[in-house]
Design a protein around this ligand. Structure first.
Ligand code: HEC
Length: 99
């Protein structure tokens, strides 16, 4: 009676534990400091004339929200060209999204 062929031991798989998923980098917005981005200079010029930029950086908003905030600033008396309005809404929605 021949011995049953020994089964080859399957190679031990050394599986590295999955690396932790990278955390999305939360943009740290310094109060009153507008984040870098196209149109920042326009926002700096327009939005800092009546009040501190701390008000602007305090909260992130969606594009629709920035649109209505900027419209409200116009009714508050903000003077700006249509081009600047578009630029500033675009800048704000990218640089200061909801957080
Ligand atoms: C003509 C003056 C004026 C200019 C220019 C101005 N604001 Fe304002 N802003 C105000 C006044 C007055 C208030 C307080 C009353 C109010 O909330 O409407 C205010 C309040 C705010 C607030 C706080 C209220 C809220 O709902 O969060 C934000 C944010 C804001 N402004 C953003 C901006 C941004 C962004 C710009 C540039 C695009 C800007 N402001 C330019 C007059 C101005």
């Amino acid at each position: 009676m021949s011995a049953a062929p020994t089964k080859a031991t399957p190679p031990v798989q050394v599986v590295a534990p999955p690396a932790p998923a990278p955390q999305p980098v939360k943009a740290v917005v310094q109060p009153g400091v507008l984040p870098q981005g196209a149109g920042r200079n326009v926002a700096q010029r327009l939005c800092g004339t009546c009040h501190s930029l701390v008000l602007v950086t305090a909260n992130g908003h969606t594009e629709a929200e920035w649109d209505s905030i900027v419209a409200r600033m116009e009714s508050n008396g903000m003077q700006a060209s249509a081009d600047d309005i578009n630029t500033v809404i675009d800048y704000l929605s990218k640089a200061l999204p909801p957080r």
